[in-house]
Design a protein around this ligand. Structure first.
Ligand SMILES: *Cc1c(COP(=O)(O)O)cnc(C)c1O
Length: 354
């Protein structure tokens, strides 16, 4: 077994992998692979229906929101959101906390001038801006819940006048949150939710009612929702994987998952803060991500020793993003505490002699 700290596509719970492996060979004893049945057949209908029911159950909503599985990753959502939600003359606000925020901002420029309320760019995205004024009349305000690349995370979501929309790709279901604080949330599957391919969107109905209708159907939230994620052939395997993961989350329990993530983060950051060989990237400890911890070695020798020790101890996926450098330990829901313990032991060994 490897200790898989990869940022995404990322580690799965073993039980989920086993269920998916079974379903690829023979879905629920029906004699067919889930990959070789119609997306309009009863097998996939069950997957979609039960996934939507699980989402309602886990997030505590009824018919005030619509959930839909879309295609193309979170990146497609960066364009679909302004395309669907901004009417001529509308303005959308953004908090710029990293690469994914920037991409969402850039995509919005095709539809309106984005209003950037606050940014931590000049400080290397090393914190989450807290103080800023929100102008009146924004159509929505977009945030990135967890900054996968730089390693910061919102631990309290801002209270906004405009509907709040969050990219939760890298921390959805890692902790309890109040969906009713949001106009919409979305998440690409491949971190905490399932295999890459689909993106989950949960959109409040009053916002849906205001969406543009004069769009090509394939880009229209209205059309995808009306057709129950079956406007065209959806990413069937990715959605099947989300279904299996949602069942695992339900079995494990939100509180248990949140407590496990807290325990992993506490163990990791306690080591980081007491180890002279490494330094954290995020300035304010209150903004540190529980999902993606970013850090650097204090010098080249430490880095070389640490790389070798990681390889010897089956630690994989620890290298930082190419834009951020250094190291990044991604500790998604499926990562066991024991993997974090091995990592902290290796960090201590790398510090020997300092
Ligand atoms: C991974 C990630 C994305 C990118 O998702 P794609 O599926 O590659 O489009 C966007 N936002 C965040 C926060 C991410 O972690």
């Amino acid at each position: 077994m490897k200790h898989n700290f990869t940022a995404g596509p990322a580690i799965f719970p073993l039980e989920v992998l086993e269920e998916l492996a079974g379903g690829i060979l023979d879905f629920e004893g029906g004699g067919l692979s889930i990959l070789e049945v119609s997306h309009r057949g009863k097998e996939f209908k069950k997957i979609l229906d039960e996934s939507l029911a699980l989402l309602q159950d886990l997030l505590g909503y009824k018919d005030e929101y619509e959930a839909v599985f879309l295609y193309g990753g979170a990146t497609v959502m960066f364009s679909l959101l302004p395309m669907n939600l901004l009417l001529p003359g509308d303005k959308a606000g953004f908090i710029n906390t990293g690469v994914w925020s920037q991409k969402a901002i850039k995509a919005a420029t095709y539809y309106a001038d984005p209003v950037i309320l606050a940014s931590s760019e000049e400080d290397g995205f090393s914190y989450i801006p807290q103080e800023y004024a929100e102008p009146d009349g924004l159509r929505y305000l977009h945030i990135t819940s967890n900054n996968t690349i730089y390693g910061s995370q919102y631990h309290h979501y801002p209270h906004t006048k405009a509907p709040l929309i969050a990219d939760m790709s890298s921390d959805i279901f890692s902790r309890r949150f109040n969906l009713h604080q949001f106009g919409a949330i979305y998440a690409a599957a491949q971190k905490n939710l399932g295999p890459s391919g689909t993106t989950l969107l949960i959109l409040r109905k009053d916002l849906l009612a205001q969406c543009r209708r004069d769009l090509p159907e394939i880009f229209s939230f209205q059309k995808h929702i009306e057709n129950g994620s079956l406007l065209n052939t959806p990413p069937v395997f990715s959605i099947y994987g989300c279904y299996a993961t949602l069942k695992w989350i339900k079995r494990t329990g939100f509180d248990q998952i949140e407590a496990a993530n807290e325990a992993k983060a506490r163990l990791f950051y306690a080591e980081l803060d007491s180890n002279p060989a490494f330094k954290g990237v995020i300035k304010e400890s209150r903004d540190r991500s529980r999902m993606n911890a970013t850090f650097r070695a204090v010098n080249q020798e430490v880095a070389a020793r640490f790389d070798t020790l990681c390889a010897h101890n089956d630690i994989v996926g620890i290298k930082g993003h190419r834009l951020a450098g250094g190291y990044r330990a991604s500790m998604y829901n499926a990562l066991p505490l024991s993997s974090v313990r091995i990592l902290t032991e290796v960090m201590r060994e790398a510090a020997n002699g300092l």
